[in-house]
Ligand binder design. Sequence first.
Ligand code: FPP
Ligand code: MG
Length: 326
Amino acid sequence: MADVARASFYEPVEQELRELEARLRGVARGGHPTFGAAVEHLFSAPGKLLRPTLVFLAARFGTRPDPAVVLNLALSLELVHTASLVHDDIVDRADLRRNMPTVNARWGDDAALIVGDYLFAKAYALAAVLPKPEVIAIVAQTVFALCDGELKEVTMERALPSEEQYLERIELKTASLYAACCQGAALLTEAEPEHVAALGAFGTNLGLAFQITDDILDVVGDESEFGKTVGRDLAEGMPTLPMIYAALEADGYAGELARRITRIGKAEGEVRDLLRVIRESGGPARARERALAFHDLAASALDALPDGRERAALRDLADFVISRVR
Ligand code: FPP
Ligand code: MG
């Protein structure tokens, strides 16, 4: 769990996370050797495991928790997440994630595509045996949302989106999965309806805060800490919130900066120059304020939940998500 291994929000669900990590490493058992090698590569250093942590914490608010069933939901959603990243790295032509080569960089695009399919099929096989059809439907709806968000991104016209269009896109591609972890676990364990709603609102706002933070770090981050190549969004002509704000501050939606940001096939020097221009603008700070506002909405959704160590852990997790840019 890398640098966040000692973060306090993991403590209440440490045992569940150990079981999850063991199950993740065993996911390729009986599969093709290349799938086995990719799974070993992906899960030997499994990342922050925020989504399963959310599943395990949210399940504690249920009235009928069944640990084996909750573990299956956590595994299923972590596999959906991993499958989507494997595919996204092909789409983004990314070669670094979690400070390691991506599956496409290591095995090529064709193999990475099939590894992603394989992981997704494993995720759905786990979801299919969940005892509540409404939770199975949530998993499926979340995958639709991820696909809609990603398709919006790849089919986007070469123009700067409005803040609203940007938020709609990140709600689909990121916040939907955070909401599914929290709300799905609450539904699965038969939490009170107002607790299900509170956890859903918490997940959505947390996901929005997370993605805006990620997009800020793609502009201002330190590459070794971030674990991904900085400036990737700009290189791909993918406008994010700090860039939108920087362009609005400079010369508006249809201005010169907006045109430079959304241009594809930029030379390396142009990416570096644009990074400097955006870093020196008020864009990152304004985006940071927006991330903090979503963090605050997430934190206030927790007020509807009973006080205790799980609620405190969810609050700490929300603080962690935005701490990287605070
Ligand atoms: C990362 O965004 C990408 C996503 C959050 C969603 C990707 C979704 C798909 C590829 C479709 C769903 C596919 C399956 C198999 C479920 P980013 O590029 O902004 O973040 P990054 O910097 O971490 O790459
Ligand atoms: Mg990407």
